[in-house]
Design a protein around this ligand. Sequence first.
Ligand SMILES: [Zn+2]
Length: 69
Amino acid sequence: MAECIQAGNVGTLQAICPDCNRMIYRRVNPQNLAAVRGDLEVTVTLVGPRLEDTVKPNVNCDSARGLRR
Ligand SMILES: [Zn+2]
């Protein structure tokens, strides 16, 4: 089993090496993940600062109100 940490257009595939039991990391293009994963079961985790942008309220409301007389 492996995990892919995806941040924007960059993915980091991480898994435990079956031969030496050490963590191995591999940069992947998330769009190529289907080809890279092969028979591996991969859990994809999305991270990134863009999530915070959606939480902010619409700033245009305040500025529009300020223009009203
Ligand atoms: Zn190894």
